[in-house]
Write a protein that binds this ligand. Sequence first.
Ligand SMILES: Cc1cc2nc3c(=O)[nH]c(=O)nc-3n(C[C@H](O)[C@H](O)[C@H](O)COP(=O)(O)OP(=O)(O)OC[C@H]3O[C@@H](n4cnc5c(N)ncnc54)[C@H](O)[C@@H]3O)c2cc1C
Ligand code: SF4
Length: 501
Amino acid sequence: MPDPNGFLRYDRRLPARRPVPVRISDWREVYPPAGEELIREQATRCMDCGIPFCHDGCPLGNRIPDWNDLVRTGNWDAAVESLHATNNFPEFTGRLCPAPCEAACVLGLGGQQPVTIKQVEVEIADAAVARDGLRPRPASAPTGRSVAVVGSGPAGLAAAQQLARAGHTVTVYERDDAIGGLLRYGIPDFKLEKQHIDKRLAQLTAEGVRFRTGVDVGVDVTAEQLRAEHDAVLLACGALQGRDTPETPGRALRGVHQAMAHLVAANRVVAAAGDGRPAPATLPDGTPIDAAGKHVVIIGGGDTAADCLGVAHRQGAAGVHQLDLYPQPPTERDAARDPWPTWPWLLRNYPAHEEGGERVFAVAVQEFVDDGTGQVRAVRIAEVTVEKVDGRRIVTPLPGSEREIPADLVLLAIGFEGTEQQPLLAQFGVTRNARGAVDARPDWQAADGVFVAGDMHRGASLIVWAIAEGRAAAAAIHTYLGGVGELPAPVDPARQPLAAR
Ligand SMILES: Cc1cc2nc3c(=O)[nH]c(=O)nc-3n(C[C@H](O)[C@H](O)[C@H](O)COP(=O)(O)OP(=O)(O)OC[C@H]3O[C@@H](n4cnc5c(N)ncnc54)[C@H](O)[C@@H]3O)c2cc1C
Ligand code: SF4
């Protein structure tokens, strides 16, 4: 029985972030552990609602009121069990998820403060590691069936773990030199230290999952070879085709890059250097792509842009502007537009924003300005209005509003256009749809015996959706292979986030 008055006694509180001057001098995570007393207090705020809307916000169907109450009563082992029953990697979602569950929490009704669900989650996840070091749970007997998973992001890894635990022989193929997908080289260490991935990989390895890095499926090994070696294939190749702006004058100048080029280069340096202050980042061809001493302009308003901002601060940028096409969002939920319990359009202040930089809203780049040597020296922007006409976005510059912002390094973080066009697609007989994603039938097959999950299927999304789709695709593969019983399938391919319209 939960404490019915907990939310009346305690306000929502999160642990203090590490001080800005300290944290931008290293690459460690921004949040320190919360401490047991604070977490038990915050878990006490959960009312164990008769209809827990937090469940509907979470595609994994996490048993949130159950583990909140187990934490409240100090029953950590049971909380760990309950959390892992629906989520393979709560240490990732607890650190990185924007927490649609919190937006749907009943305590958030009427502008009140929801339960700190995500913080409770990460504390349980870390307790699991501290208690038994992520004890492997290998299958009791092999099924003799074999599955190839292509792509080692959260979708591929969740599917691999589910299938291995069900007794199938699973091999994960990854073209990169390390496992983890965007968690590894896309998301910086100050959001997710890579030790968390490595601990989980040790568990998967002990459960029998085989990893093959440096294998570009479709190039180094053909679809035909993979299909001959395995009984089923799961494609979980992500949505890594970065959106570009080739029509903007000056796009080809030196110093104008895709955001991911900057992030991956920076994260690789951190990976090589450990905790120390690393050497400057470079592109694979040796071109420097480091923000040190530079005026940086980041174009875009999402996760990728915020990550570039945090990286630029840590690299020692002289100044950073972050440009957004859209007007500044409200600081409180607009109930007419996004009624509770849907995900609200709000001004989101990531930790990187309190570290510095200036945000500029409702502007669009008109030109990347040449310094006369082929290097960018500024961006020329105009204030704009944006409207949707027949589903198309119309951006209109306001006459006379143009101005220049100094820029030595420009990073395009303007979204993704779906999964990359690559040889693997035709070889497996699958195609990209209008959004650049690969459609799945209701049983997650994109072609006979070829399943698809994660961003590759959904388009650029969230880790929690990737894990949910990986679990669901694993359940479908298990059935396809004639496995005994059913694996949990939290979502179907048509499932969408909670929305009012
Ligand atoms: C910069 C950035 C920050 C983000 N921050 C957050 C966040 O804070 N919270 C959140 O919830 N989400 C965040 N996201 C989104 C999240 O990372 C993705 O939704 C998630 O990683 C998708 O998982 P996935 O397994 O589908 O694909 P990915 O993680 O993209 O992994 C796909 C993998 O497939 C591999 N691959 C592709 N083709 C082949 C091939 N032919 N052969 C072998 N391997 C191949 C790729 O190398 C890659 O490793 C962020 C995304 C970006 C870009
Ligand atoms: S909606 Fe909020 S208060 Fe209700 S059960 Fe979920 S976390 Fe607890």
